[in-house]
Design a binder for this molecule. Structure first.
Ligand code: PLP
Length: 357
């Protein structure tokens, strides 16, 4: 079966197989990693190795901290303003879709949020031209969502935020291609797309941004505390962290982020080309900003949605139903989706269109 879910999404099959084999007895310890003390030498080594591999993959410089936190990406919607507003009162946000809006709504609890630009009028089918963004030089940070998972809208550039730290919700795009970490003040990503199991959230932040948390910040949300304790202030999500480490190893074995980028580009290009060449299917996003990770599409006749999904499921093409807020279909093509999955989807779509078009 191929799982096109937007999240939690498929993990690479070799990772799941390895996890299965080790479940009862990790390297002769007689325990699952899940059962190990997070303070044990074994687990500390696992945790450090995962961080090292991530640093190597994403070329994360030493002046950036890597935190393995909990509460998913959504908890960061509050953690970020609590930590980064510091003595400033306002932060800039770009609104390009549902996840941007959630981040904005949460930040508004803590300070003055300035929406510098929004593509809501277009139905979030484009990215607002940065030349028109109303940014403020005294903003604590500029937040944006490089890939809107629900709308299928992806930035093809990194915004220039000048001296203002750039903050990115990379939940659904991290590790899908190379990135220049030095352009960012903070990157965060819920794990359940390209990293590992849900609940875990990886935060990469420039160390000079530590230590600015407001005094009412819950300890568990204070980046400085988490960094000082090696992400083990409390019991971390040990097993998720372990699986994330296996995924990083898998990515390295695939050739790293350049190789993933090529593969992801090929997968997405194929699917969009098919959609564009076929009147029965449509994708509304301005081509330049189409997401390589999440491909929403509609059928010419909505009444056929159910039949489409049933036929897909019968072939092992799973979870193609679009998000409830936008309807239609969505195929998520994260790193773990093999090209064969995209080929099988296209074959099915062609057949379905022929039969019903
Ligand atoms: N941000 C983006 C871009 C997402 O796609 C998601 C989840 O799909 C989230 C945030 C929320 O993540 P979580 O469910 O881990 O809180």
């Amino acid at each position: 079966a191929f799982n096109f879910c937007a999240g939690p999404a498929t993990l690479p099959e070799p990772v799941l197989k390895q996890a299965q084999e080790e479940m009862l007895d990790w390297r002769g310890t007689g325990m699952s990693v899940m059962e190990m003390s997070h303070r044990s030498d074994e687990f500390v080594a696992i945790a450090e190795e995962a961080e090292r591999d991530l640093r190597e993959l994403a070329e994360i410089p030493e002046d950036y901290a890597v935190l393995f936190m909990q509460g998913g990406a959504s908890s960061q919607f509050s953690t970020i303003p609590l930590n980064l507003l510091g003595d400033k009162t306002s932060a800039d946000y770009v609104n390009t879709g549902i996840w941007s809006k959630k981040a904005i709504a949460e930040a508004r609890r803590y300070g003055d949020v300035n929406v510098v630009a929004s593509s809501e009028d277009s139905g979030f089918t484009t990215v607002p031209d940065p030349s028109g963004w109303r940014t403020r030089p005294d903003a604590a940070y500029l937040h944006y969502t490089p890939n809107e998972t629900i709308g299928g809208l992806e930035f093809d550039f990194v915004p220039d935020s000048g001296d203002v730290p750039l903050v990115a919700d990379m939940s659904s795009t991290i590790l899908s291609r190379p990135l220049d970490v030095t352009r960012y003040g903070l990157i965060y990503a819920g794990a359940q797309k390209n990293i590992g199991p849900s609940g875990l959230v990886v935060v990469i932040l420039r160390k000079d941004l530590l230590g600015k948390a407001r005094k009412e910040t819950p300890t568990m949300m204070n980046y400085q505390v988490i960094a000082d304790n090696g992400s083990m202030y409390n019991t971390p999500a040990t097993y998720s962290w372990y699986l994330a480490g296996l995924v990083f190893k898998w990515l390295k074995a695939q050739g790293g982020l350049e190789a993933m980028a090529e593969r992801n580009e090929r997968k997405a290009r194929k699917l969009y080309r098919f959609i564009d060449d076929n009147d029965f299917y449509a994708n509304p996003i301005e081509p330049r900003f189409r997401s390589r990770m999440n491909v929403p599409f509609t059928l010419a006749d909505e009444a056929l949605n159910r039949a489409f999904l049933e036929g897909a499921e019968a072939r092992g093409l799973l979870n193609l139903k679009g998000h409830r807020s936008v309807g239609g279909m969505r195929a998520s093509l994260y790193n773990a989706m093999p090209e064969a999955g995209v080929d099988a989807l296209i074959d099915y779509m062609a057949e379905f269109a022929k039969e019903h078009g």
